[in-house]
Structure formats: structure tokens, C-alpha cells
Design a protein around this ligand. Structure first.
Ligand SMILES: Nc1ncnc2c1ncn2[C@@H]1O[C@H](COP(=O)(O)OP(=O)(O)OP(=O)(O)O)[C@@H](O)[C@H]1O
Length: 362
């Protein structure tokens, strides 16, 4: 972790100029900063308000710094770059709180992609995003210490330069030694309405299943392009609207109708909707763990064909001749490191024939 000089960050943001403001959240404002050699970063500063509000906001930012600095690197979690140094200069300047410096995410949030942008994402892109978020949560839930994010929502999924989805905003995140350690009784339930697990009513109900519930809401949002809460819809909650339709097998009514669902994606989307309905189950014990969700997709992938990130298959050929599960695996398997086939590391496009043959190579 780098310790930045406060003055350097003031300069990088043009003294926190409004023209550099990327957005405001509940506890801070995020600015675009330009460091030496034109390196772009995002800098979060806690919001000031009345004394009470300021203290609360700076606590959330300190918590975010603490959680992010305890995490290792993951391709699915926003990259933490550092914070301001707690030295003489810092303590004598007006800014009492530390600043958080992180990777700049130029393509906005999943919330905006789904609900603001005019062009809806393609179906394969939606599946890719769903898996990237699941892997981010798996990284948190399986880490040591374990992290419960508590604010999984489409606004907290941001896109990097390569349009990879990454989880951000750790202001409410909680660190636990492991899954068996008892929750801190001081940590009151918190989250965002529409995504918040209805079972999480007291500090003792804190668990990884709270994040799984919110992930289920995000999955429904990704497939339907409907907001988590929409008062113009009846029912207003996406869970109350979508789950009965899924239970009655009326899946197409849940899917975003602005963009046709290709036949080869039907199986995958159906699977995502079933996963979503399990995640938002009102009984915690019926919800899958995040590793079960990731492993399921992993198993399906291994059963079918693995294609490395460097290999781009001829999509037209594949879509016309390979069954659903294979397409499923195709969109799920973009990481070279996880590719068990001889094709890993290839730099050229693979033909349909090569992919089919690769199935038999382990
Ligand atoms: N690393 C980043 N790069 C680019 N934009 C960012 C980055 N981090 C946050 N933002 C943007 O800054 C704004 C504020 O983000 P922040 O994480 O503080 O709050 P939020 O998630 O919008 O709201 P809340 O804190 O209420 O959940 C959002 O619009 C977000 O998209």
C-alpha cells in the first residue's frame, strides 16, 4: 500500500474541483485524480455535515480503508492503491480525515449500464458480469479474514478499462476471523433497501447469506433490467415481482424484452434465474453459498469445453451447432489460469473443430 502525500492528492484533483467529481455516495465524494505520469486514480473523501454526520462518515471511510488494506488482490475487487500519510503535514492541514486512493473505473456502474444507458448489454455480457460478481463475493467469503460486504448492489459494481466488473464500496463491510466466529453485537444491521436481506434484523443475524441474498437481487436486476425497487411496478420489490413468475415457470416474462434472447442462451439464463430465486429465499438455509454458485458454473464448464482468455472461438459456428451447456461454458471460461486444456495460452482464434477436439484433452 502506498502512502500518498495529502498535497499531492489535492494537486491531482485540482483542489477537489467540482469538475473532477465522479459522484457522491452516502458517506463520501469520489474525485478523478491525475498523478504523475498521467496515472488516473479515484480518490474518496468523506462528506462533511453536522459534527455527528461527519464523524459517522469518516468512520465509514476509515472502515473502508481498513477492509481494503486487509484484502489481497483479486481481479474482481476494486484495486486499493493507498491512503494519505498520517504525518505532521497531514495533521496540520484542514482535512482531518484520511483519503482513499483506488483504481479509476472509467465505465461507470452496473446500475447505470442497466438502468440509464440507452443500449442494453448483450446476454453473454450479462452472464459474464454475473459470474464476475459471484467470484468477487467468493473471494471475500473465502478469505482470511472473511469479509461480509453488506452492500452488494448494482451501483457498487463498477467497470474497469477492459469492461471487467469489479466490486467496490466497502464502507459497510465487516471483517470476521472466520465463519464460525460470533458476530460483533455492536454492529447494527445495515445495507440498501431493496437489496437488504429481510432475515438480517439483529447483529447476531449477520452472515455471508446476507450477501447471497443481495447477489440474488442483482441477478434478477441483470436478467430483467428492472430496478430493485420500483414504485411504479406492482409489486415494487423485484423479489416479490420476479420470484412468483419464476416459480410458475413464466421465465420469459422476467427477461428483459428489449433485446432478443438467443436460443443458445436460454439454458444459461434459466439457470441464472433459478440461482437467483434460491439466493433470495426467505429461508436462509435454502440459499446456496457463493462457492456453490461458482462451483456449479465451474462444473458445467469442465463438463463442456474450456476456452482460454486468449482463444476467441468463431461464435457463429458455435451458436449454430453446439448445445446450450457448451455455450454456457464458453461464456464462463475467460480465464487462462483456470483453463485445464491444452488450449490455455493460445494467441489465435480456435475453430469449432479444435474446440470439440480439445474437450478430450485434459
Ligand atoms: N473507483 C472509482 N472510479 C470511478 N468512479 C467511482 C469509483 N468509486 C466510486 N465511484 C463513483 O462515485 C460515486 C460515489 O461512490 P460511493 O462508493 O461513495 O457511493 P455509492 O455506492 O454511489 O453510494 P452509497 O455509499 O450510498 O452506497 C458513484 O457514482 C460511483 O460510481
Amino acid at each position: 500500500m502506498v502512502e500518498f502525500d495529502y498535497k499531492e492528492l489535492v494537486k491531482a484533483t485540482g483542489s477537489f474541483s467540482p469538475s473532477r467529481l465522479l459522484g457522491k455516495g452516502s458517506h463520501g465524494s469520489v474525485y478523478k485524480g491525475t498523478l504523475e505520469e498521467n496515472k488516473l486514480v479515484a480518490i474518496k473523501k468523506s462528506s462533511v455535515g453536522s459534527d455527528h454526520v461527519s464523524i459517522d462518515n469518516s468512520k465509514k471511510l476509515e472502515n473502508e480503508i481498513c477492509v481494503l488494506s486487509s484484502l489481497g488482490e483479486s481481479p474482481y475487487v476494486i484495486n486499493f492503491l493507498g491512503t494519505t500519510r498520517d504525518d505532521d503535514h497531514y495533521s496540520t492541514c484542514k482535512e482531518k480525515n484520511r483519503l482513499l486512493v483506488m483504481e479509476y473505473m472509467p465505465y461507470g456502474s452496473l446500475h447505470d449500464l442497466l438502468h440509464v444507458d440507452a443500449t442494453p448489454p448483450s446476454w453473454p455480457k450479462r452472464v459474464e458480469i454475473a459470474i464476475q460478481i459471484a467470484r468477487a463475493i467468493q473471494f471475500l467469503h473465502e478469505g482470511k479474514p472473511l469479509v461480509i460486504h453488506r452492500d452488494i448492489k448494482s451501483a457498487n459494481v463498477l467497470f474497469d478499462l477492459n469492461w471487467k466488473a469489479k466490486l467496490a464500496d466497502f464502507g459497510l463491510a465487516v471483517l470476521r476471523v472466520d465463519s464460525s466466529s460470533s458476530p460483533d453485537q455492536e454492529t447494527q444491521p445495515a445495507g440498501t433497501i431493496g437489496y437488504l436481506d429481510p432475515c438480517y434484523t439483529t447483529p447476531s443475524k449477520l452472515s455471508t447469506k446476507n450477501d447471497v441474498f443481495s447477489y440474488g437481487v442483482v441477478l434478477l436486476e441483470i436478467v430483467s433490467c428492472q430496478k430493485a425497487i420500483d414504485v411504479s411496478r406492482l409489486p415494487a420489490s423485484i423479489v416479490d415481482w420476479a420470484v412468483p413468475l419464476i416459480e410458475k415457470q413464466r421465465l420469459m416474462e422476467v427477461c428483459d424484452s428489449r433485446i432478443a434472447l438467443p436460443t443458445f442462451m436460454e439454458g444459461t439464463i434459466k439457470h441464472l434465474l433459478y440461482v437467483a430465486s434460491r439466493c433470495v429465499s426467505c429461508k436462509e438455509e435454502n440459499r446456496p453459498s457463493i462457492s456453490e454458485i461458482v462451483t456449479q458454473s465451474h462444473t458445467q464448464t469442465q463438463e463442456a469445453y474450456w476456452i482460454s482468455g486468449n482463444v476467441r472461438a468463431n461464435k457463429e459456428e458455435i451458436s449454430s451447432s453446439i448445445p446450450c451447456t457448451t455455450m454456457y461454458s464458453y461464456f464462463f471460461s475467460f480465464e487462462v489460469s483456470e483453463c485445464p486444456m491444452s488450449m490455455a495460452g493460445r494467441q489465435t482464434k480456435a475453430t469449432y473443430k479444435e474446440i470439440v477436439t480439445a474437450k478430450h484433452v485434459t
